[in-house]
Design a binder for this molecule. Structure first.
Ligand code: WT7
Length: 653
């Protein structure tokens, strides 16, 4: 990526020092970077000691057959014991592990002692259903406590789980069941979504009619909504009956550190989904460490809330394994942020006194669009650290998050990582880092990342290129399930000996890292590489714009022409001359080369269920093509809405 596209983010000059009270009591200080730089493996060996091992590892990393890593290979441990039992044994059985908040307003507090009983019962039930160590279990659930319990029960008996996001189709579920050859599915009758019960079980029934999923023996069904469910006698079992009658005590067995913990499929934009495989000891070490370091978690006093769904890696690592390994108290919320009103999230923060909040830029921008007065109506003074994940957070959203949610006090940590990395990799530390809005800044202690050019040479400060990870890390994916070759081709072939993450990035004058989005999202305009992220960020820095999506459309003169789709703040109608004003604004921020050729105001943008904008579909529109596959869209109707606006598209130069 050439430098002209980097101008905007580089000119972001606002800086936020860590609050003195956070620094004074921080879990991790600047010394951690030095310790890790001095002896990276010893640093990770030390972090592994946060866990309770039945057999302590003597070897930290086996990298004799790269890129197939083994971490802590001769250690043995049980993940569920680490996330549950040991906290009870330490005398914290009465501490709330999960504050569950249902969408209809029902709530339930589950202590670590209760969690231990329920996980134990679920583990017995799975064993009774013939699930043995190493067998795969598919989990297709709403955001209810049983989802967490099911995952921990699988971990407890060494049966890798494959969680499939509850809003995926029957086909997507069937493909994943088949690829992992799961024989048991855990689901529920339904869950509450947007104020009404939404069924899940029928999608499982449909998936199991597909030939590839025909080997499923049993479906364990949690009763959440009480709605009628189709039932297959002999195959389907109620959770409350089958789990409910099991003994409340269960002895956890220790497994090898490299025993598979879970498979999680990344949707990907093309091709068969990739089953990302994570294992036990290294994964748990890094999720526990990063949750402790990046959120500065104090388990006795903090109330933590991650708004992700357990169907994504964020839910695995930062709802289930990281926080529970650390003995945290956390909120689990079932529903949507605007049911029954736009302030529901802030009401929850106030109700539980949430101190640490982890969410995604797309959610933050949606809240900006709903207006500052919504969060202002709630007491958010308990918050002390705010996190962001999932895509680059533009500086305006970062600053809004800090001001309007964090009361202008809280550090904001922009955490870069991926399903494949398993845990956070690049992020500020809340008590250490002088924060720069829009930048993930620094690889965490023990992590090695850099930005390289096309030939794999590290770029100088002030330049852009490709983000690569240069040393193995404990929570790295071990392979793609059943496809080592694809693992090698996808991640390890672009740059010799390095992991290529697929993201563009730049280093600023201080060497801090700024993420620029997926490399597929870089546009070529008249011989210049321009990142969609930066043009979007420039648009969102205009006071009238809440959200923007930018794509490059084929253009006979300039190779690609920049097309922008924008959502106006506060939903007000578009004023005369706004498009010209926006083009001038981008030109001023980034230079005339980055000025969008077309700008279209829309009401919604097409997003995947994890909140990523589907630029591919917008490109189809910008190039007047038939729309491609829309099945992973949250709401396919959005595309009709956008297309209906096309006649009023501004004229081209
Ligand atoms: C991709 C990974 C990590 C959990 C959720 C997404 C983008 C993620 C950031 C960030 C800029 C980010 C990257 C990455 N991404 N976090 N803080 N700044 N970009 O997991 O679905 O595997 O997506 O999300 O492009 O490669 P995922």
């Amino acid at each position: 990526m050439s430098n002209e596209s980097l101008a905007n983010l580089m000119t972001e000059t606002r800086r936020f020092a860590p609050p003195a009270e956070v620094t004074a009591a921080a879990n991790v200080t600047a010394a951690a970077y030095e310790a890790a730089a001095e002896d990276r493996l010893e640093y990770w060996a030390e972090q592994a000691r946060r866990l309770s091992w039945e057999q302590e590892p003597t070897e930290t990393l086996d990298w004799s057959n790269p890129p197939f890593a083994k971490w802590f290979a001769d250690g043995r441990l049980n993940v569920a014991y680490n996330c549950v039992d040991r906290h009870v044994e330490a005398g914290n059985g009465d501490r709330v592990a999960i504050h569950f908040e249902g969408e209809p307003g029902d709530s339930r507090a589950i202590t670590y002692a209760e969690l231990q009983r329920e996980v134990s019962q679920a583990a017995h039930a799975l064993t009774e259903l013939g699930v043995a160590t190493g067998d795969r279990v598919a989990i297709y659930m709403p955001m209810i406590p049983e989802a967490v319990i099911a995952m921990l029960a699988c971990a407890r008996i060494g049966a890798p789980h494959s969680v499939v996001f509850g809003a995926f189709s029957a086909d997507a579920l069937a493909t994943r069941i088949e690829d992992a050859d799961a024989r048991v599915v855990i689901t529920s009758d339904g869950g509450y979504r947007r104020g009404a019960p939404s069924a899940l079980k029928p999608a499982v029934d449909e998936a199991l009619t597909r030939p590839g999923a025909a080997r499923v023996r049993n479906v364990l069904v949690v009763r959440r909504t009480g709605q009628d469910v189709p039932w297959t006698e002999g195959r389907d079992l109620w959770w409350h009956e089958t789990v409910g009658r099991q003994p409340e005590e269960h002895t956890p067995e220790a497994f090898d550190a490299e025993h598979p913990l879970f498979i999680l499929y990344t949707s990907g934009t093309t091709g068969k989904p990739k089953g990302i495989l994570h294992t036990t000891g290294g994964y748990l070490t890094q999720v526990a460490y990063t949750h402790h370091a990046v959120f500065d978690l104090k388990p006795e006093t903090d109330v933590y809330w991650c708004t992700a769904d357990i169907g994504w890696v964020t839910g695995h690592s930062y709802i289930v394994y990281g926080p529970l390994a650390n003995g945290a108290t956390e909120v689990l919320y079932e529903g949507t942020p605007n049911t029954p009103h736009n302030g529901r999230w802030w009401e929850i923060v106030e109700k539980y006194g949430v101190t640490l909040l982890y969410t995604a830029p797309t959610a933050i921008r949606t809240c900006m669009k709903w207006g500052d007065d919504v969060p202002a109506g709630f007491n958010l003074s308990s918050l002390r650290v705010l996190g962001s994940v999932g895509e680059p957070i533009n500086p305006e959203a970062w600053v809004w998050y800090r001001e309007h949610i964090g009361g202008g006090r809280t550090p904001v940590v922009d955490t870069w990582w991926q399903t494949e990395t398993g845990a956070m990799m690049i992020s500020p530390l809340p008590g250490v880092t002088l924060a720069k809005p829009g930048s993930a800044q620094t690889p965490l202690p023990g992590i090695s990342a850099t930005v390289v050019d096309d030939d794999g040479n590290e770029v100088a400060n002030g330049s852009g290129g490709y983000l690569t990870l240069t040393e193995p890390w404990p929570s790295m994916l071990r392979t793609i399930w059943g496809d080592d070759q694809r693992f090698l081709d996808t991640y390890w072939s672009r740059f010799e000996g390095r992991y290529f993450a697929g993201d563009g990035a730049k280093k600023d004058a201080d060497g801090d890292i700024w993420l620029l989005g997926r490399v597929d999202d870089v546009m070529l305009v008249s011989g210049h590489n321009i990142s969609t992220t930066e043009v979007e960020s420039a648009l969102v820095s205009h006071p009238r714009i809440a959200e923007a999506a930018v794509v490059g459309a084929t253009d006979p003169q300039t190779t690609q022409a920049i097309c922008a789709f924008v959502i106006l703040r506060g939903g007000a109608p578009q004023e005369e001359g706004l498009v010209e004003e926006l083009r001038a604004h981008v030109s001023k921020e980034l230079g005339p080369i980055a000025k969008p050729k077309r700008i279209l105001a829309v009401d919604e943008l097409p997003k995947t269920r994890s909140g990523k904008i589907m630029r591919r579909l917008l490109r189809d529109i910008a190039e007047n093509r038939e729309l491609g596959d829309v099945t992973t869209l949250t709401d396919p109707a959005v595309m009709d809405l956008i297309q209906s606006k096309l006649p009023s598209a501004p004229s081209e130069d």
